[in-house]
Design a protein around this ligand. Structure first.
Ligand SMILES: Cc1ncc(COP(=O)(O)O)c(C=O)c1O
Length: 365
């Protein structure tokens, strides 16, 4: 029954963890990929009012003009960036899916930094393309010389994600500039997934679109406004690409959820500096708790830390952690390597502290 393309993707890694986790009663859960706070009340009110006022029908495919304009203005005023075109999407996942359908065909190579966000690996495979992994261990820097080793005449584009899931790596302006120089030299499109842009602890938020003209920016509201279930995001960049994604959206998602689009206008300028200060404390707590015991990089953003498993076997280590009631994810879910594990610090400080204690106990044996 199934199309051959289904053989190109699987969800085995993460399923195994969840099967093991299902047996736990009250685990210390440091596996979660969404903020531990709720959608702010003022954003909820806008969504609820929109529903009550009857704003419940299809919107235009490209998204309501007020939200499009708000996105345009946000990038203009904060970064001095002008986009050719904008599409409101059903989350960054929706944007990624449409972008890959529009752009990737048989034989195309897509450069990805390894470790990567899981969708980046599967989408090229689904459309006959090939993910090409650029190893960034041990410090997760995406160096031009490493990219040069992997570029071929079939390279179509590069996907970047800063701050990153699963490593927490946040590129400095110089690193963004170097990636832009590499992409310009080879005339590559760069898809920049900036969903964690505000979760950045040692620098100001930034956008790759500022450094490189052939950028397809993807961003959304799932992390900054904790609106993961509202399914709202946006794609911004070259008109030709956005126009094709819009055509595809017409025949797939149709539009992003109507009430969520109204709420998105308010969410764009949400001040979450207090939340970010709290997350910086969480970042410091987890890093300080692990650094004497694990080989680990200090995350500059997002809400993940990606330490090396003692002994170098991520799956084995996660099995041990689960046996000790701690839920974390093996690195091979996000990588061609099985040496690390991902821990999310989107949790209460108390949960993080309990997690640290369990991890230290395992290491000490
Ligand atoms: C790097 C990255 N991109 C995209 C997404 C998906 O975001 P959305 O909820 O907007 O589809 C996630 C979610 O975890 C993510 O970590």
């Amino acid at each position: 029954m199934l199309a051959n393309r289904m053989k190109a993707i699987d969800s085995s890694g993460i399923r195994k963890v969840f099967d093991l986790a299902a047996r736990l009663e009250d685990p210390v859960n440091l596996s979660i990929g969404q903020p531990d706070f709720d959608v702010p009340d003022e954003i909820k009110e806008v969504g609820i009012d929109s529903i009550r006022e009857g704003f419940n029908r299809y919107t235009v495919t490209q998204g309501i003009p007020e939200l499009q304009e708000a996105v345009r203005e946000h990038y203009r005023s904060h970064y001095g960036v002008e986009f050719e075109d904008i599409l409101i999407t059903s989350g960054v996942s929706g944007g990624l899916t449409l972008a890959f359908i529009a752009l990737v065909e048989a034989g195309d190579e897509v450069l990805l930094s390894d470790p990567y966000f899981v969708m980046y690996k599967h989408l090229p495979n689904l459309f006959g393309g090939k993910p090409i992994f650029v190893d960034t261990y041990p410090d997760f820097a995406l160096l031009p010389e490493k990219l040069e080793e992997k570029v071929t005449p079939r390279t179509k584009m590069l996907v970047i994600n800063s701050p990153a899931n699963p490593t927490g790596k946040a590129y400095a302006p110089d690193e963004l500039r170097a990636i832009a120089d590499f992409a310009r030299k080879h005339d590559l499109l760069v898809i920049s997934d900036e969903i964690y842009d505000h979760f950045i602890y040692d620098q100001q938020p930034d956008t790759f679109a500022k450094y490189y003209e052939k950028t397809l920016l993807l961003n959304g509201f799932s992390k900054t406004a904790a609106m993961t279930g509202w399914r709202l995001g946006y794609a911004a960049g070259p008109h030709e690409i956005i126009e094709s994604m819009k055509t595809l959206q017409q025949y797939s998602f149709v539009c992003a959820p109507s009430f969520a689009q109204k709420a998105g206008i308010a969410a764009l300028e949400l001040d979450i500096s207090k939340r970010i200060a709290e997350y910086r404390v969480k970042r410091d707590l987890i890093y300080e708790g692990l650094k004497g015991h694990f080989e680990v990089e200090k995350p500059g953003g997002a809400f993940y830390i990606f330490p090396k498993a003692p002994g170098g076997d991520g799956v084995k280590f996660v099995e041990k952690a689960i046996a000790n009631n701690l839920l974390i994810i093996p690195g091979n879910v996000f990588s061609e390597e099985n040496t690390h594990f991902r821990l999310s610090f989107a949790a209460t400080d108390e949960t993080i502290q309990r997690g640290i204690e369990i991890l230290q106990k395992i290491v000490k044996g």
